[in-house]
Design a protein around this ligand. Structure first.
Ligand code: R1P
Length: 323
């Protein structure tokens, strides 16, 4: 049953966080260079906690065109991003821009129906700030989904790639959602990033996809995030192929880095919405229309897979620090 759509959020510390306040916090949060302090994130978390009875321990981030999963939740509380204090807003087609808290097969989950990308003008820490909000609400396992272009020539459009590792290209260039003063309440200054994508969850999922009839379309591979919003040139794609990338997108890595920093267990998959074009002699072009069309076509299977992963997560019952 749909419960309510919240409309009356307040700006809260938003003015303060953007430099408009008068307390000493002002000096530490004066621009996009500096992640929101703990208190600002806590305000967003407390806002949501005070308006839902549910206490989700599992978070979901829906990629381009993949937000229909949020429609499957029962007993939903819906919060458009512009009603949540301190939240950015979604500006991309296929990202509804709402936080949906509800139950899926009896399990409480909070689901971002749409995410934030760096090409929208957001710094990486702001793209990933909802993950910290989830953390302060009690979430300790995160399912991240995205639409991605297939680089691996064995892949087909519509395949689902379980992410086993990523290449943090922005990190190579000195940018990171963790750039700036480290807050030990989330995690250490230098977090490890091997096994970022939980091995047990990947193994269990791979064992069980046969029961869903998805064994022929589920793959594993390496994801790279580029800044976008341009799709890749042929030369760029050739470079990515050489360094072992299987799929390319413009998201996910900042969210996963922040989730791992604060001890969350992470599972992520890419829907291969298009095959990257690596020939010069062609009129074909990558397009967001194709991305959304494929995502819409593959909704049912993606929802089946997401339900399976959420079931595995809830049965395993993970808490930060368990590994
Ligand atoms: O990663 P998600 O949000 O699924 O979206 C992907 O699709 C868009 C490009 O078509 C880019 O935003 C890319 O990152």
């Amino acid at each position: 049953m749909e419960r309510k759509q919240h409309q009356n959020g307040r700006a809260g510390l938003r003015a303060l966080a953007s430099g408009g306040g008068s307390m000493c916090l002002e000096q530490t949060v004066s621009g996009d260079d500096t992640p929101y302090p703990y208190e600002v994130i806590k305000e967003s978390a407390d806002f949501l906690l005070s308006r839902t009875k549910l206490r989700p321990k599992i978070g979901v981030i829906c990629g381009s065109g993949l937000g229909a999963l949020a429609e499957q939740l029962e007993d939903r509380d819906i919060f458009p991003y512009d009603t949540i204090p301190n939240f950015p807003v979604s500006t991309v087609a296929g990202h509804a821009g709402r936080m949906v808290i509800g139950t899926l097969d009896g399990v409480a989950v909070m689901c971002m129906q749409g995410r934030f990308h760096s090409y929208e003008g957001y710094p990486l820490w702001k793209c990933a700030m909802p993950v910290r909000v989830m953390k302060l609400m009690g979430v300790d396992q995160l399912l991240v989904t995205n639409a991605a272009g297939g680089i691996n020539r064995q892949f087909n459009i519509g395949d689902i790639m379980i992410i086993k590792d990523h290449i943090n290209m922005q990190g190579f260039a000195g940018d990171s959602p963790l750039r700036g003063r480290n807050d030990e309440r989330y995690g250490p200054r230098f977090p490890a990033m091997n096994n970022a994508y939980d091995r047990t969850l990947r193994q269990k999922t791979l064992e069980l996809v046969k029961e869903l009839g998805l064994q022929d379309v589920v793959r594993e591979g390496v994801y790279v995030m580029l800044g976008g919003p341009t799709y890749e040139t042929v030369a760029e794609l050739n470079l990515l192929r050489v360094v072992g990338v299987d799929a390319v997108g413009m998201s996910t890595v900042p969210e996963v880095v922040v989730a791992r920093h604060c001890g969350m267990r992470v599972f992520a998959f890419s829907l291969i919405t298009n095959m990257c074009i690596i020939e010069y002699e062609t009129e074909a072009k990558a397009s967001h229309t194709e991305v959304i069309e494929t995502a819409t076509m593959r909704q049912k299977d993606l929802q089946k897979l997401a339900r399976l992963i959420i079931k595995i997560m809830s049965e395993d019952g993970y808490e930060a620090g368990d590994e």
